[in-house]
Design a protein around this ligand. Structure first.
Ligand SMILES: Cc1cc2nc3c(=O)[nH]c(=O)nc-3n(C[C@H](O)[C@H](O)[C@H](O)COP(=O)(O)OP(=O)(O)OC[C@H]3O[C@@H](n4cnc5c(N)ncnc54)[C@H](O)[C@@H]3O)c2cc1C
Length: 432
């Protein structure tokens, strides 16, 4: 298995945009060109705003092109726990926001004509033990009560592979190739007239009342407003709220192609993309090339400046062990490559957006579930930067204060979570 730096989904862009080499002025500057920043810039350009987009690498280089490709209406935290902790109205608002985010991402595919193999597949939060199955029933109820499109399904009836007992099937969303999606969104952003500067990291952002100044190695950008869409990298900018994001490295593995008959033989007749109900999830999906992409299990924290890295060999090997345990009928299928990316975890485990200062807005921390949500929030933030009143869906994740509680996410805590998951796996085997 090859450990690679880039995403396994697509080649990098054939050519790159210029980097900033002089001082410039604009109306709004967007910092960070993932799907969040590109969606914000596209919205601003569509409104006729003079917008500059700064990206430290190339547009889409971060989590946006590296993720597992699930377009999901899930929120990272456990639905049942959310029901205990949040008022019913807050929960309903969050699920409405997440579902609208899915529709927004789907509309972007159609609107920009992006060829990225989107399949509206019905993602299943799948149980691999009786305990997880009980939790799935409770979660399905909690989500349905909060107005989310989700239902409980039995494993066989839902065409899940042997060993996956059932789960919660999301009523919206599906899977796509995120590398191809990002290339399509990048092309749309450039064509829309956004002034894009690649290989241009923002080093410092200051808000001096009427004006925001962004320092980069090659020049300064002066703007009326700035949007921070820097995800896991936000801690590198001192203007970002304290404790906004804990960077967490997440890894994926892709196998060689698997014959369709073999997937049928193991019972995966629906090819439904799945995430398990472990404390730290496992995800399994089939790609249009009939390879299987799987990931997460062991995740690791990092500190800014975040390194460009490959997955840890031990983590990738653990993912392969997990795959073979879950799919004994596919034990001989070879893992071909592994890659990973940085996600930003908020201390609340909920997506957040807000104001870092009077003229600097931020969005962040869809906590590993942000592929659709980051796009939608970017779009809503762009409207907000133009003076539009707070949209109900932005209000659902708005953080009124300028700082966050320190995060409980740490390397020892994540390792303890992984150990607890393995212990529950062993218990499930013993009590089968
Ligand atoms: C392995 C993995 C699997 C995942 N799977 C899923 C999934 O299946 N479904 C899902 O919904 N979510 C998933 N996610 C999460 C999802 O990819 C992210 O939530 C989403 O892409 C965030 O988009 P973004 O635009 O906010 O951030 P990013 O895509 O991380 O973009 C941030 C950009 O900002 C740039 N940047 C940072 N600092 C600066 C600076 N100072 N100056 C200029 N540019 C800067 C970076 O280079 C980067 O390109 C996964 C993430 C990973 C890593």
């Amino acid at each position: 298995m090859k450990l690679i730096h880039e995403t396994g989904w697509a080649e990098p862009p054939a050519s790159t945009e210029q980097s900033l080499s002089t001082d410039i002025a604009c109306d709004v500057v967007v910092i960070g060109g993932g799907v969040g920043g590109m969606s914000a810039a596209l919205r601003l350009a569509g409104k006729g705003v003079d917008v500059v987009l700064l990206e430290a690498q190339t547009l889409g280089w971060g989590a946006s092109s590296r993720n597992a490709g699930y377009i999901t209406n899930s929120i990272a935290a456990d639905p049942e726990m959310l029901r205990l902790l949040l008022k019913p109205e807050r929960l309903r608002n969050l699920y409405r926001y997440a579902e609208n985010a899915v529709h927004f991402a789907e509309d972007a595919i159609t609107h920009h004509g992006i060829d990225c193999g989107y399949q509206q597949a019905g993602i299943v939060m799948a149980a691999v033990s009786k305990g997880q199955l009980r939790r799935a029933r409770r979660n399905a109820k909690a989500m349905a009560d909060a107005g989310s499109s989700a239902e409980f399904v039995e494993g066989r009836a839902a065409g899940l592979p042997d060993g996956f007992l059932g789960g919660v099937r999301e009523g919206v969303g599906g899977t796509l190739n995120p590398g191809e999606f990002v290339l399509g969104l990048r092309a749309a952003t450039i064509v829309a007239g956004v002034r894009v500067y690649e290989h241009t990291p923002a080093r410092d952002v200051t808000d001096t009342g009427g004006k925001v100044t962004v320092e980069t190695p090659g020049g300064t950008v002066r703007a009326r407003k700035a949007l921070l869409t820097t995800n896991a990298y936000s801690g590198g900018l001192s203007i970002a709220p304290k404790n906004l994001a804990t960077p967490v490295w997440t890894s994926l593995v892709e196998t060689e192609p698997v014959a369709s008959e073999r997937l049928d033989e193991i019972g995966w007749t629906s090819r439904a993309p799945m995430v398990t109900l472990h404390m730290i999830i496992e995800s399994y999906r089939v790609t249009p090339q009939n390879t299987i992409v799987f990931g997460t299990r062991r995740i690791q924290t990092g500190r800014n400046p975040l390194p460009d890295r490959t997955p840890d060999r031990r983590v990738a090997d653990d993912l392969v062990r997990g795959f073979r345990d879950r799919f004994p009928g596919l034990r001989d299928v070879k893992p071909k490559r592994a890659w990973g990316g940085w996600i930003g975890m908020s201390s609340t485990w909920l997506p957040v957006a807000g104001e870092a200062s009077d003229n600097v807005l931020y969005s962040l921390a869809c906590n590993g579930h942000g592929f659709a949500q980051a796009q939608y929030v970017g779009n809503l933030l762009a409207d907000r930067a133009c003076g539009t009143p707070l949209h109900d869906d932005l209000a659902a994740i708005w953080h009124g204060r300028k700082r966050f509680w320190p995060s409980l996410v740490s390397s020892p805590a994540l390792y303890a979570g992984w150990l607890a998951d393995r212990a529950s796996d062993r218990l499930a085997t013993l009590t089968k």
